[in-house]
Design a protein around this ligand. Structure first.
Ligand SMILES: NC(=O)c1ccc[n+]([C@@H]2O[C@H](COP(=O)([O-])OP(=O)(O)OC[C@H]3O[C@@H](n4cnc5c(N)ncnc54)[C@H](O)[C@@H]3O)[C@@H](O)[C@H]2O)c1
Ligand SMILES: O=C/C=C/C=C(\O)C(=O)O
Length: 486
């Protein structure tokens, strides 16, 4: 049985509180680990370790040396891919394919991209006229924001945590990471990899626990934390914003979504099915960028629904233990109950259940896992909860449309604004429609293609700020303008 300790000041330590909590496998329901829960004393130790590291070797390290060290860290992560895969799939029930092809490589890439970028990123310089004619020079100076609280979710634990820690460290900050209580393993493992490449102690710290009344809330309120970067549910973001307000802690939020896919009649239907099979069912629908609303131009509606049904019914359910599994379990029984409550609501509202809507029956260890049937609905009105609320499971609602104006209005009729995908072979239409979709990321004839230099994030209930490329630097850097009279 694994035990996940805290990682503070370069060492694995027990929680002073002595409190522990269990971690169970999403694919079998069996207990697989116990986890130390950090409370006030532990959080204080971690934040002070991070604050002290800023004043020590790390704070004095030249930027080029820091960036080279982060490149070494990326290589060390890559070298330990098998260990990170096993840790990730045990926590999440993901198929090894998803961890091997997406999550762990992105963990290394999330350090590489920012180490490379920081080496070549400068600042503003403006020479100005002055009344006496001698002029003045304006130099933009950068320094780290300080100690960053990183609060990350369970749906892509290593990818999403390193997507924040990468730029934070590249900009010279130190971090205290509070991973989700559902996925402690990879953040904990990263501690020893940090030590192995010589990242100074105190730069990277990991505290485990929950949100309210536990490590998460305590971290957001600690006076020595200079900023909070959070990825998770919108309502959690609202709670964190209130918690971080005392002390005016800066926040960067990547939150929920209710993302549309728009399929025009001229779309390549094979492409439309391939793209939306991934955007709906990848990671068992537990992807913030995933599709939960699909709008199909009426002439191809029946063909599309029929082919998506066939695709959904061909998925093989199982966790990392199941050979050939192509869709895993949900992360927890609690989350499964949330998804099943929407399955029930759809039936109550009179949806047409094209496929799924229930819980699969297994005669093996998967019976104890948190599996649900991949599900497709049609026939509900746009104002129904199924079409409006984030479900975060392997399900979608499909609606026909007749005109561009109509579908753009429906796509934008949401409190979210995270992502969208458009399928059409008419690229001027793609540009015209894409330019009117109120979302942070819009894919055309693709989904989840990620250039890490581009801005990433959502508007409205989907987030505050942007991550990615130079956009990440905005949050992790304090800027000064030094004006020198010539
Ligand atoms: N926009 C994005 O990039 C993005 C990416 C992934 C997931 N998400 C969203 O995350 C959600 C799923 O992840 P989740 O269930 O882990 O989210 P969640 O909001 O339940 O928890 C996220 C993290 O916040 C912590 N937390 C919860 N309440 C807190 C509080 N009051 N103070 C401090 N910390 C607190 C949790 O312990 C966890 O570590 C979905 O809504 C999904 O859309 C968004
Ligand atoms: O579930 C959400 C996935 C988020 C993905 C990223 O943050 C990324 O690709 O950088």
């Amino acid at each position: 049985m694994k035990t996940h300790q805290l990682f503070i000041d370069g060492a694995y330590v027990d929680a002073r509180s002595g409190r522990m909590f269990d971690k169970v496998s999403p694919s079998t329901g069996e207990k697989i680990a116990t986890v130390h829960e950090a409370l006030a004393e532990d959080v204080d130790l971690a934040v002070n370790a991070a604050a002290n590291a800023l004043k020590g070797e790390w704070g004095k390290m030249p930027k080029a040396v820091r960036c080279d060290l982060l490149m070494e860290l990326a290589n060390a992560i890559a070298a330990r891919t098998p260990d990170f895969i096993e840790a990730e799939v045990a926590d999440t029930g993901h198929t090894r394919h998803f961890a091997e092809k997406v999550e762990i490589p992105r963990g290394a890439a999330n350090f590489r991209i920012f180490a490379e970028m920081l080496k070549h990123t400068g600042g503003e310089f403006y020479q100005m006229d002055t009344p006496d004619g001698t002029g003045a020079a304006n130099l933009e100076l950068h320094r780290p924001k300080g100690v960053i609280g990183v609060i990350s979710p369970w749906n892509a634990p290593f990818l999403l945590m390193t997507w924040k820690v990468g730029p934070a460290l590249a900009c010279g900050n130190t971090v205290v990471v509070k991973p989700s209580e559902e996925s402690p393993a990879t953040a904990t493992l990263l501690g020893e990899v940090m030590n192995s490449v010589g990242i100074p102690k105190g730069v990277y710290n990991v505290i485990h626990g929950f949100g309210p009344g536990s490590a998460g809330e305590l971290l957001t309120q600690h006076p020595k934390v200079n900023g909070i970067t959070f990825t998770g549910e919108t309502r959690t973001g609202e709670a964190i914003m209130k918690q971080a307000a005392v002390g005016l802690r800066d926040v960067s939020f990547e939150l929920g979504g209710k993302n549309p896919a728009i399929i025009f009649a001229d779309a390549d239907m094979d492409k439309a099915i391939e793209v939306t099979m991934r955007s709906v069912f990848a990671n068992t629908g537990q992807v913030c960028l995933g599709t939960e609303r699909i709008y199909v131009e009426r002439p191809v509606f029946d063909e599309y629904v029929s082919r998506l049904k066939a695709g959904a019914e061909a998925l093989k359910q199982g966790g990392p233990e199941t050979p050939g599994a192509t869709i895993g379990p949900l992360i927890s029984d609690e989350h499964r109950q949330k998804v099943l409550s929407y399955y029930a609501k759809a039936r109550e509202l009179g949806a047409t259940v094209i496929t799924g809507g229930g819980v699969p029956d297994f005669d093996d260890a998967r019976q104890g896992g948190f599996f649900v049937e991949p599900t497709i609905w049609t026939g509900l009105p746009e104002d129904s909860a199924i079409v409006k609320e984030e479900i975060f499971g392997p399900c979608c609602h499909v609606t026909p449309f007749d005109t561009e104006e109509e579908v753009i209005a429906m796509a934008n009729d949401t409190t979210y604004g995270l992502s969208a995908t458009i399928l059409t072979e008419n690229l001027s239409r793609a540009h015209r429609v894409g330019g009117q979709i109120e979302a942070g990321l819009i894919w055309v004839n693709s989904w989840f293609l990620r250039d890490l230099r581009t801005s990433f994030g959502g508007s409205k209930s989907s987030g505050i700020g942007r991550e990615g490329g130079v956009h990440s630097l905005e949050f992790y850097t304090e800027r000064s303008n030094l004006c020198i009279k010539l």
